[in-house]
Write a new protein. Structure first.
Length: 136
């Protein structure tokens, strides 16, 4: 959780597995950060702001996730969602799709969360790679 704001962070190539929390990531009042090529297993990203945030510009791209919550802290914030694979609900953003990912397994290792060849999201990221994690 980043409760009091931050800027220009890069969160990339992580696997977030379900835990006892409302969201895998909760960011308030963020500006200029990028969340890309992560796999959020049945989990969401929560964005918001304690006060109006016209400069909030988080970029969320090339991830696998259940959803993006906007409005935490009572205020909607600006973000861009592109080329994400949403595992529930409706896809948000240009190039985003909804589907059920299929992993190479076993899913008790980081590499197990790579997409298999038949999975939605293969070669569908904005950079031509798979959505979610990749072998760099």
């Amino acid at each position: 959780m980043m409760a009091d704001g931050s800027s220009n962070n890069l969160v990339e190539y992580n696997v977030f597995t379900p835990g006892n929390h409302g969201e895998a990531m909760t960011w308030y009042h963020d500006s200029g950060s990028i969340i890309q090529h992560n796999t959020f297993v049945n989990d969401t990203i929560g964005l918001g702001s304690k006060s109006a945030c016209g400069a909030c510009t988080t970029i969320i791209r090339n991830n696998i996730l259940a959803g993006i919550g906007n409005g935490g802290g009572g205020n909607n914030v600006g973000f861009t969602s592109t080329n994400n694979l949403f595992t529930s609900g409706s896809a948000q953003g240009t190039g985003s799709i909804t589907g059920t990912p299929s992993y190479v397994g076993p899913v008790n290792t980081w590499l197990g969360y790579l997409l298999n060849t038949a999975s939605p999201g293969r070669n569908a990221a904005s950079d031509g790679k798979d959505m979610g994690i990749n072998q760099y």
